[in-house]
Design a protein around this ligand. Structure first.
Ligand code: ZN
Length: 300
């Protein structure tokens, strides 16, 4: 979909409302889920009432749009803007392009949309998967490096290998590289029966008892760090560059998990064929996840 097509499809409140209704109720607006009646009327911008039994259906209740005072067309434009940019977007950029009065609104919307980037119940990775951890964020004062560093955010990363190339990815912030955390991460992101390839860190020991095949790469004396697990290290360096470029490296500890979700969402759809689906996928996810408020987001 290009901009012209987008504007044709989603230029009015009615078009956006109809689309959300279709996403939320398979039969669309016409059939009342309670009495089967086929007539309804619009109570307000987003609420329908069945003419036969009075049953009301809201298009936005229970979604990220809940309680919004802004037009749906503006939300659709935000989603379009967020998904059509190749690398991502800043709150300031979103505020300017939509002409929003407040930076806070743009910032809150972006965070809401990031939460919608993870589809509830998404598939796990399968096959050959490289797993490693890496530190992200501003360098700390202590200069302590490696698995004991306390000033940065530790992220576990899993990368599927397809035909020796990088496939889909999954990431999560973890407290430490403990066996418990790493095993949980693998179980949450990788199908049993997959081959998990890691370095020799003892935290990965025991995965074979949990239904995985385990491969450990051993370092030769003159090996550089990134030759050991090349696919996962490619992703780590791309992610570092993205965090620097898109967010000027300023991702707070509290929010980094959501930035990782955004990166994962974009990365897994980076091929041109699926890039066009980004917009529809985000619209779809946005009606499936529970509403969050600005207060929720900053308390997080
Ligand atoms: Zn009814």
């Amino acid at each position: 979909m290009n901009l012209t097509e987008f504007e044709k499809e989603f230029s009015t409140e009615e078009q956006c409302r109809e689309y959300l209704l279709k996403l939320r109720y398979e039969d669309g607006v016409n059939i009342c889920p309670k009495c089967g009646g086929s007539k309804s009327w619009l109570v307000n911008k987003t609420l329908f009432e069945c003419s036969d039994c009075g049953h009301q259906r809201s298009v936005i209740a229970g979604t990220i749009y809940q309680d919004t005072h802004k037009p749906l067309t503006l939300w659709f434009r935000a989603i379009w803007y967020v998904t059509s940019g190749k690398n991502g977007t800043s709150a300031l950029g979103l505020q300017q392009i939509l002409g929003l009065g407040s930076y806070r609104t743009a910032w809150t919307w972006l965070h809401k949309l990031r939460r919608a980037m993870v589809r509830p119940g998404r598939d796990k990775l399968m096959g050959k998967i490289e797993v490693d951890e890496a530190y992200f964020g501003a360098p700390g004062k202590g200069g302590k490096r490696g698995r004991g560093s306390e000033n940065k955010v530790l992220v576990a990363i899993a990368v599927e290998i397809n035909d020796k190339k990088v496939g889909r990815i999954r990431m999560a912030v973890i407290d430490s590289a403990s066996s418990e955390n790493l095993h949980n991460f693998v179980e949450m992101t990788c199908e049993k029966g997959s081959t998990i390839i890691t370095d020799g860190w003892s935290g990965y020991n025991g995965l074979s008892e949990k239904g995985y095949l385990q491969e450990t790469t051993k370092r030769k004396p003159d090996d550089a760090d990134d030759t050991l697990l090349p696919h996962v290290h490619t992703v780590i360096s791309l992610l570092k560059r993205w965090l620097l470029g898109t967010l000027q490296g300023s991702c707070s500890k509290e929010h980094i998990g959501y930035y990782l979700d955004e990166y994962t969402f974009r990365f897994n759809r980076r091929k041109s064929k699926s890039r066009g689906m980004l917009f529809y996928r985000l619209l779809q996810n946005a009606v499936q996840i529970a509403p969050v408020t600005y207060a929720d987001i900053i308390a997080d």
